[in-house]
Ligand binder design. Structure first.
Ligand code: ZN
Length: 242
């Protein structure tokens, strides 16, 4: 089975459309979204509608949780908080209801899916280092955990009886005796120095995982953000992928 795994859309419709088109070109059996559909960007309702049509499963992200008032924005930076307030006022009641229905995790026999961390999905902690990955590998039994949240794509691998390490390639055949935490990066606000959208493709038969990138019309999203008076800091970072 080929599974496309997308995350952190952040109301960036142009990026989401481009990624979904690429997914339909390369083909897959299932699309899973790891959350943060909204926040930062200008098209929250449209992104929710499109994801409802396209994804077989969508999880709760911290921005989704904040926009429906269930996570405090105290720990958010001022620009993220401004975007949450704008989004909350903009969302249709049906879109809010949809966000309220999202689960924190999804478990398959061999894979776990979560927005932030497997140890505490609703704590919204960041999993950034091999130390974090090693700690979190103790919190689930599956071979692979797919995460988003940091917007930085990375593959952590733990071989039996060894310390966790980072695989520095964009694709890998996952060894069946090893365990993994894989961050699929962000569709709508990449932060790894490249502005193109990024997502993951996992083939559970060949055990191949690949990070795919897709260019999209960044300026279209930026113009729509400026039209809505969203903070310029958020507009500008899309060009830099930061
Ligand atoms: Zn995010």
């Amino acid at each position: 089975m080929r599974i496309a795994i997308i995350s952190d859309i952040h109301s960036n419709l142009s990026a989401l459309k481009a990624v979904l088109e690429k997914i339909s070109r390369v083909g897959c059996d299932q699309i899973i979204c790891l959350g943060d559909i909204v926040g930062y960007g200008p098209y929250p309702n449209e992104c929710i509608e499109l994801l409802k049509e396209s994804c077989q499963l969508t999880l709760m992200g911290n921005h989704d949780h904040a926009v429906i008032g269930l996570t405090s924005t105290e720990s958010f930076n001022i620009y993220a908080k401004m975007a949450i307030d704008w989004t909350s006022a903009e969302l249709m009641p049906s879109a809010k209801e949809y966000l309220e229905s999202l689960p924190f995790t999804h478990r398959e026999p061999n894979e776990l899916y979560v927005h932030a961390t497997p140890c505490k999905p609703e704590g919204w902690n960041y999993l950034l280092s091999t130390y974090d990955a090693q700690d979190n590998l103790k919190c689930f039994d599956q071979q692979i955990c797919f995460v988003g949240h940091s917007h930085v794509p990375v593959i952590f691998e733990q071989q039996p009886d060894e310390d966790c390490k980072i695989i520095r390639h964009t694709s890998a055949i996952l060894g069946d005796k090893n365990r993994y935490v894989i961050n699929v990066g962000s569709v709508g606000q990449p932060r790894d120095g490249k502005p193109s959208a990024v997502f993951g493709m996992y083939d559970s038969d060949s055990r191949e995982f690949e990070l795919l990138r897709q260019e999209y019309d960044v300026s279209e999203t930026q113009k729509a953000m400026m039209d809505q008076d969203l903070p310029y800091f958020l507009v500008d970072r899309l060009s830099r992928g930061q």
